[in-house]
Write a protein that binds this ligand. Sequence first.
Ligand code: GLU
Length: 577
Amino acid sequence: MKYLLFTSCALALTFSACGGTNKKTVSVETAQMAPADNPYAKGMVVAANPHAAQAGVEVLRAGGSAVDAAIAVQAVLSLVEPQSSGIAGGAFLVFYDAGTGKVSAYNGREKAPSAIDETLFLGEDGQPLRYFEGIISGRSTGVPGVMAMLDMAHQDHGKLPWADNFEAGIKLAEDGFEVSPRMAMLVEMAGGFALKVQPAALEYFFHEDGSPLKAGDIRDNKLYAESLRALAKNPRAMNEGPIAEAIVAATREEPRPGVLSIADMAAYQPQKTEALCSPYRDYVLCGAMPPSSGGIAVQSIMGQLANFDMKALGPTLDGWHVFAEAGEMAYADRDLFVADPDFVEVPSRALLNPDYLKSRAALISMDSSLKNVKAGDPVDFKPGKDATPDVPGTSHFSIVDKWGNVVSMTTTVESLFGSQRMAGGFMLNNQLTDFSFRARDDAGNLIANRSEAGKRPRSSMAPHIVFHKDGTFAFATGSPGGSSIIAYTAKTMVAMIDWDMSPQDAVNLANVISRNGSVRLEEAGLDPEIITGLEAKGHKVIRSKGEISGLHIIRRNADGSYEGGVDPRREGTAETE
Ligand code: GLU
């Protein structure tokens, strides 16, 4: 991987390793925090669906680790929240090892087939397909990565046998589960889009008369139970054998068949690196590495905000103005520079260099909004500007176990119900539409996030674990929501660190997303004077009736106990072991 690194001391990215006064050694550059010397006796799971949170907690009670619980949560989410994530999707997982203090980033992002090139989403006329045509196609499915990634994390940090973590998912799939209001609403919506196109999906999500599943209907899924049993026996069952063959066959169906092959499936390997960490006031923020832009962009926002007294500003007109301006600049940078680091040089550290971020923050005026924010010049090259949209599906969960290990994981099939195709009782992802459909921007520059064989598309997923500067765990956060994930997640950090909010208040706080020259905000949650004040400063405000964040937070309180924050915009719960 090609990261531009620099010495941590020179840039003050290390706390005590550079001669600070803390007794514990915390090194941002090596993602080395402190071991948990006094973990709380009971763990916690916060996830987007009660069945999933419950399955995770049962695993913790059975002696499982946070990673064991993550496997159980994912196996259930794939069944009860198929619109958001699934075992044939991809994910990023940030893990804090309480025993060693090390923070790792697992990358289970999907990969493009070996037979594609930068014309993947061009039509016969050589022009980019319409975005939705790209989604509803066999071309949009990348090699699934989430289960291979969980297998890798389990080999490192599992305590229960791998197979035990599938029990709740298998039972629920056999017995049937109650369809939730949100799932029912989205099945109905997707029925008017393309969820009825593939016979397997039509049969699963709709009654014989063509009407959609309703909230409260009991839906079983024997095929999914069978897939989970196979997976329980063989962690590579998604990538080899009958399940892999079924996935490939579904991508070869019309319309617009793809070129995913059995060999692509079998070749897939997840990655593990140190987490991407940077300081913010008395805290250290640790997130996922590229190809997610979530770690870089969230930390870019925060690194700019470090130059303002956000505590004094508070959630006022001026506070939101600064937050919006920092977001605009962070998105502009990530649109240019972030893609799969196995293919392009991603200047992660240069983008997070405190001096660079200070120079970006210095552009912000308290009086008026910047117009035409452009990416900065942290390095001496400039790729083309990517304008990939991002349609929200996805789920985030946070888990802490009784040893103090922490999982912060964001997982996705990309759009709602992914590519709208099923195999083995689960949805196929459409992750490859996260590539830029065009290889070059209007100026003719090559776009870093263009599609290439074997490449992983850029993501916005931003699971984070936040530490106190002595290296002890503070909180885990993250969200679904397409490219808005970055703004949603940064909001919770400002709210909890600067505005002294509880995890729940931080989640409830209005979402404010600023990119591409406009500020979209949850109107009902903000004082009208803040909204008109933003307009007076020149912001182009888009009033949103509600966002689709799914922020799921766990914070460690001063007495060592854990406190959850659950997004009321979704259907989740916080469960204590
Ligand atoms: N595919 C998106 C990404 O990886 C996530 C989509 C969503 O959150 O809904 O950034």
